[in-house]
Design a protein around this ligand. Structure first.
Ligand SMILES: Nc1nc2c(ncn2[C@@H]2O[C@H](COP(=O)(O)OP(=O)(O)OP(=O)(O)O)[C@@H](O)[C@H]2O)c(=O)[nH]1
Ligand SMILES: [Mg+2]
Length: 153
C-alpha cells in the first residue's frame, strides 16, 4: 500500500506561495515570540530563498522580555531583521512598517531611476496556524480585513 503522508493542503499552500512570490517585494514571516524557533516552518526558507524578509515575533506580550531580547540579539547576529510585536495592542507595528520600507528601499530607488512611478509595497504574510496572521493583517491594515481565531479552536 502506498501511503501519501504529505497532506494535499500543504502541497497546495507551497505551490501558491511559490507562485505568488513573484509579485511580492518583502515577506513578513510571523513567528510566535514565546517559541521563536519551533514556530518556524523550515520550508519557508527554501521557498522564499533570497527574497527580502522581515521576521516578526508576534504575541510578544505573552513572552518573557529578557528571553525575547536574547532571541532578537541572536537573529540579528546571523543577519535577519527582526522585531517583537503585539498584533492586538499594535506594539511594534510602526517599527515593522519602517523595516519593511527599509528592506525595499534599494529596489524602489532603482525602479524610480528607471522612470517607474510610485507603487505600493507588496508584502506576503506567512506563518504557522494560529500564530496571529489575521490579527496582524487587521492591525497593519487599520481595519478588519481577515477573520481571526476566537481562541476556542
Ligand atoms: N496575546 C496576544 N494574542 C494574539 C496576538 N495576535 C493574535 N493573538 C490571538 O491569537 C489567536 C489566533 O490569532 P489569528 O489572528 O486568528 O491567527 P492566524 O495565524 O490567522 O490563525 P489561522 O488563520 O487559523 O492560521 C487569536 O485568539 C488572537 O486573538 C498577540 O500579539 N498577542
Ligand atoms: Mg487567519
Amino acid at each position: 500500500m502506498n501511503i501519501q503522508w504529505f497532506p494535499g493542503h500543504m502541497a497546495k499552500t507551497r505551490r501558491l506561495l511559490a507562485e505568488n512570490l513573484k509579485m511580492i517585494d518583502v515577506v513578513i514571516e510571523l513567528l510566535d515570540a514565546r517559541i521563536p524557533r519551533s514556530s518556524k516552518n523550515p520550508e519557508i526558507d527554501e521557498i522564499i530563498k533570497d527574497k527580502p524578509r522581515v521576521m516578526a515575533f508576534n504575541k510578544s506580550d505573552l513572552a518573557d522580555d529578557k528571553v525575547s531580547k536574547d532571541w532578537q540579539k541572536h537573529y540579528k547576529s546571523i543577519g535577519y531583521s527582526c522585531i517583537f510585536i503585539d498584533s492586538i495592542k499594535g506594539t511594534g507595528i510602526n517599527e515593522l512598517k519602517a523595516m519593511v520600507n527599509d528592506a525595499v528601499k534599494d529596489k524602489i530607488d532603482r525602479q524610480k531611476q528607471k522612470g517607474y512611478v510610485f507603487r505600493p509595497v507588496r508584502t506576503m504574510v506567512v506563518g504557522v496556524p494560529n500564530v496571529g496572521k489575521s490579527s496582524f493583517i487587521n492591525k497593519i491594515a487599520g481595519k478588519a480585513s481577515a477573520v481571526t481565531g476566537t481562541g476556542q479552536e
